[in-house]
Every structure is written in C-alpha cells, then in structure tokens.
Design a protein around this ligand. Structure first.
Ligand SMILES: [Zn+2]
Length: 527
C-alpha cells in the first residue's frame, strides 16, 4: 500500500514520546560502513519475460521519446522487459473544473498462451472507497467495430469488453476508447484519500488512475479486485505511456514521466509527456503551484506547492536529495531522471507514492506540525520509488512487501540523519506491535489487506511496523553486508516486475548462504 496513515501510526508514535531525546544508537553499525562501493547498473530480467510476448506493442510507442524519461545509464533493451502495452492518452482539462474528458489508444499484445475473448479495464475512480468520483468509458472500438461495455463489480471499478474476434497469443490489437470523468470537490466524503480530487483552494486537481487501466492478467485470467477501505488498490504491470494534456493557459502540469513539449494558444496549453516504463500514470494540475528545483546527480527534483508551503520546502528538498543518495547507494540506481514532489491536500493519509511522483500532505508543511513527521513521510514515499514503482508487488495479497521495505528505508534514513528519532521510533514500533498482539494474538507478517482490515489498527501496525521490526531482526540474523547485498539483488533481479515474497526471502538465503526457514516461520512469512 502506498498510504502512510497519520491516524493509526504517526500521531500515536509522536504523541507517545518517540520524539523525546533518547541515547544515540550503539547497537547498529552506521550504514556507511556496510554500503558496497560498486553496484551493477539496473538491468532488465530477460528470463521473466512472459511466454509468447512479442514487442509489437512497443512499436506503438516512440522508444526514443520514452528514453527521455530515463537516465542515460538506465535506458534498457526495451524488447527484454516483457512490456505488452503502450498507452496513448489524451486528457482535456480545459474546463478548469472537476469534469474532464479524454481518449485512450491502447496497443496490447496478448502475452499468454491462449487466445483472449475479452479485455478487462479498471475504472478505479468509481469506487466510493478511497476515490469517490466518476470514470466512464463512453465508447470502445477495435478495428472501428464498437465493443459492448459491460461494467461489473459492485463498486463499478471494472469494465469487460467482449472482443469481436479472439486475440491470439502474441498478436496485437489497438483498443480505441473515449472516457469522461468527474473529480469529487474537496474530498466529498470521509472515505477517500484525496488522490482523485478537485481542491477548490488553488484549485488543485489530483488525478490518480483517471483513465481506464488494463487489468492485471494473472494465471490465464483477468484479475479484478474491488477497492478496499484501506491500503492501496492498484496492481499493474509496467507499460509505456505517451500522454497529451490540455489545460487552461498558464496552468502547471505535473506528472509521472517527463514533459517533452509545451505549446498552445492564448486560451489553452498542450503538454506532451513521455512516461518511460510505468506501473501507472499520475497527473496533477493547478494554476497556483510554485516550483522549486534541485538536481541530484542526473535526477531533477521538482517541488510543487501552494505558496503557504514555502517555509518547509527547503527541508523537503534536502531530505529528497539525501534520501536519493542513501537509497541509491544502499539498494541500487533509480531509472527515472525526474522526481516530482507535490505538497498536496490529502485526507486520511500523510503521503502517497506514484512512479516518478510523490504526494506529501500539505498540512505537514505547517510549522505547527511536529517537525519529525515531514522528513519521515518524505523519505518513506521516496523509498517507494524502489519498492513499488520499480519493484512491484501484489499490494492486496502481500502489502507488507513494499510497505515494510519503505518503512525500513525511512528508518535507515533516520538512522543516518536523526539517530535519536530513529531509536525512539524503533522503541515505539516495538511497543505498538507488542500491545496489538497482546490484544489479538501474534500476527503473521504476510497477510492480505482484506484480512488485516478486519482487525482494528492491524493493517498499519502489522504491514508497516512489524514489517520494519522483521527487517531489523533479519539484518541482525544475517549480518549487515549480506543484508544489503540481498536487497540489492532483489531490486536488480525484480526491477519492472511484480515480485513475490519468495523472491525477496530467497535473496536473503542466497546472500547469507544459510537456511532461514525457521526464522521466516517465526515471523509468519514463507518463501
Ligand atoms: Zn507506504
């Protein structure tokens, strides 16, 4: 999941004394002593290319343009990534209001070994939970033949399109869609995160999953889970994106990927964006964003916020540079050449991550907010660039995979930059896990969002906090050098893929050349 919940974790943590001064750490070695000096460049994993995949869908996206979004050292051999989808999207946001329209030209190569009779799209904004808006597919065509549009799931977040002719394995079709959407205004309900929202102050439009996204194809079936009340909703394979966004002139457009051109008239601006390999495409627009920029190595960091965010912007920019440096050295290099950070109005969440873009709750920039929260949330969401954006996972069945790693990574940042806070947080995490398990029994770490949502407070405390304790204990068990080597190999081997718990756990056994079965069993995870 992508959400770092204020209510269930951070406020409890800070109010319960974690920010009181505590002795400096003595039991853990400084991270700099265990960093490997040479990490191989990010490489695709040819063996994980799905059987039958062909690069036909790649021809629909301009690969030279796609490379604009990547660092020159990380441009891959595209044909080895197993990419089967190219999205050509347009968004018309010229009304400047909560209603929008758009089109999608989706080139899709059947990656499986059997013919497909239908396609399934996800229309997440229709979910009353987390999103609270509308996204309607208004027309769907293949080869200029209209397809029936069959909405299913109670929350209306899935659309089945029966095909006129089956799509044989390895063959490519071009799906032409028109869609329209409506953002809730100022959250509209208390069940949403505000990631799909029209904030009238600004205004600021956040447009997570604002287009029809191809569902995940898994074990020969389309996967379509309803949206749950907490955690994250989206599981998606890497695809290529070319996007055109039309906005009122002088509005800023912030997104995953990289802007490649901007044109327009007195009334409207037209922005062209190249995504690069993305799990999903995030978009945000506003006429009042103020931009501050920094560069770390060849990655441009853009900070976008309302004027009132100014006082804390410099701190967030410093955290971003320090976190990029620390995580790159410890885990491996990021592929994207731009990171956008938006100080955004959020609800029930302190921060949210997307490929190449993070949201940080605007209220955290308030000088009255507890000062440790802002760097912690910023580091956590930046860590999700490694653990979600590049290495994906099944965020519904195994939410601990990315959340525990992001929480561990943020603690690694604190250990280096605020060791007093690190120790206090660690003690508080232990206390919260102990208290929860005294109440409801020992909880295995590897549980689904659905299972954890049945138990009050369990999702955040198990997936984030117990997950962090698991990695702390594992580092003690295998040794710091082996621990970091395992994370580096997990990152390298699973980049652009959807990793399983076994992929992660086996990387530790491989690095330590030891049997960790009993250790894993004690924590409730299975390789
Ligand atoms: Zn997270």
């Amino acid at each position: 999941m992508r959400i770092w919940m204020v209510e269930t974790v951070l406020v409890l943590l800070l109010l319960s004394g974690a920010c009181r001064p505590v002795p400096a750490p003595v039991t853990l070695p400084p991270v700099s002593t265990v960093i490997q000096t040479s990490i191989p460049p990010l490489q695709p994993t040819p063996t994980s290319q799905p059987a039958g995949s062909s690069p036909d869908a790649l021809k629909a996206c301009d690969l030279t343009l796609q490379a604009n979004a990547l660092r020159s050292s990380t441009v891959p051999d595209w044909s080895t990534l197993g990419i089967d989808t190219c999205y050509n999207l347009t968004f018309d946001l010229t009304s400047g209001g909560p209603d929008y329209s758009g089109s999608a030209r989706i080139s899709f190569t059947n990656p499986g070994s059997t013919a497909l009779d239908d396609l399934v799209l996800r229309t997440y904004p229709n979910a009353p939970l987390l999103y609270g808006g509308r996204l309607d597919v208004t027309t769907a065509q293949v080869n200029e033949i209209d397809l029936p549009i069959d909405i299913f799931l109670e929350d209306r977040t899935a659309v089945r399109l029966p095909l006129d002719q089956p799509l044989e394995p390895g063959k490519t079709l071009v799906l032409e869609l028109n869609f329209s959407g409506k953002l809730p205004v100022d959250f509209g309900s208390d069940q949403v995160y505000g990631t799909f929202n029209f904030a009238s102050d600004g205004p600021v439009m956040l447009m997570a999953n604002a287009y029809p996204l191809l569902a995940l194809r898994e074990d020969g079936k389309w996967r379509a889970d309803p949206v749950l009340p907490e955690g994250d909703a989206v599981i998606s394979r890497i695809a290529l994106y070319q996007v055109e966004v039309r906005v009122p002139a002088a509005w800023q457009v912030v997104s995953s990927g990289r802007e490649v051109s901007r044109a327009g008239s007195n009334n409207d601006a037209v922005i062209q964006i190249a995504g690069g390999p993305l799990r999903e495409f995030m978009l945000a627009v506003s006429p009042t964003f103020e931009l501050q920029q920094a560069v770390w190595e060849d990655i441009t960091i853009n900070h976008w916020g309302q004027p009132e965010a100014e006082s804390s912007r410099a701190e967030v920019m410093q955290v971003a540079q320090d976190a990029l440096s620390l995580f790159s050295q410890t885990f491996g290099p990021l592929p994207y050449n731009e990171l956008d950070i938006i100080a955004a109005p959020l609800n029930n969440a302190s921060g949210v991550e997307y490929p190449g873009l993070i949201l940080v709750g605007g209220s955290l920039y308030d000088s009255r907010s507890l000062p440790q929260i802002l760097p912690m949330v910023t580091a956590h969401e930046i860590a999700h660039q490694w653990w979600y954006a590049v290495v994906g996972n099944d965020v519904l069945q195994h939410p601990w995979l990315d959340e525990a790693l992001a929480t561990y990574s943020a603690q690694l940042y604190q250990l280096n930059y605020d060791p007093v806070f690190y120790q206090g947080a660690l003690r508080e995490y232990r206390r919260q896990v102990t208290d929860l398990e005294a109440e409801i029994g020992v909880q295995p770490l590897d549980q689904s969002v659905a299972a954890l949502s049945n138990l009050e407070r369990a999702y955040s405390i198990v997936a984030y906090l117990k997950g962090n304790l698991f990695f702390e204990a594992l580092r003690e068990e295998v040794g710091a050098a082996e621990f970091n080597a395992a994370l580096q190999s997990y990152y390298r081997e699973n980049s652009y893929q959807i990793a399983s718990p076994a992929d992660l756990l086996k990387s530790f056994e491989f690095a330590c050349t030891c049997d960790l079965n009993e250790f894993f069993g004690e924590w409730g995870v299975q390789p």
